[in-house]
Design a protein around this ligand. Sequence first.
Ligand code: HEC
Length: 183
Amino acid sequence: MSGPRSRIRLAMVVLAATGLVTLGAVAAWTVAMAQHQHTPSMQGMEKPDWLVKLAPAARTEAIQRQLRGFETTMVEVAYRYTEMYWGGMDGNWEYAAHMHEELGKALALGLERRPVYRKSAEQLFLKGAFVQVGEAIQKKDAALFKERIETLRASCSACHVAEKHAFIKIAVPTVRHNPIEKP
Ligand code: HEC
């Protein structure tokens, strides 16, 4: 009568022991992995030190060089212009407003690096078409937004003409950058 019971008890003890061993193995493995990650050889590459290696006097200039100029500003401006456009077309006004604001920031930072473009930027863009497209976004007015996009892209191109890049004529975007759901 006690035979099956004791076999069950034995099975339970074996199971519990196996569990403990497994737990121990997992713990050991976790510790090993953690230690492993901290060894420099696991990083697969040297710590980048090109900037640190330069003479202190050369570092500021190197940083300036790496920050680049107006061409990288313009890559961001064009990206945000495109996404702002799709935000407005989708009626995703908060997304459009976000892109509008960040476009303004990108341009302001670019002008800090390249103040030579400030006059054209303010006269041809920042004080006119840029503010106006922002108003259309705040009003959530699709028809007005489309009109103001036309004025905006003309302003982008006008500045390119003024700054000897007349070959960069800005069109209405045709392709989306981001996989954004419509609201
Ligand atoms: C200050 C006037 C000014 C305004 C305003 C302006 N741009 Fe530019 N843009 C430039 C200049 C200058 C360059 C060339 C920069 C260089 O090569 O250093 C340029 C270059 C570009 C380029 C080429 C970037 C590359 O890959 O080299 C694109 C794209 C561009 N602009 C898009 C736009 C769009 C879109 C707008 C409006 C939303 C705009 N720009 C507004 C002055 C302006």
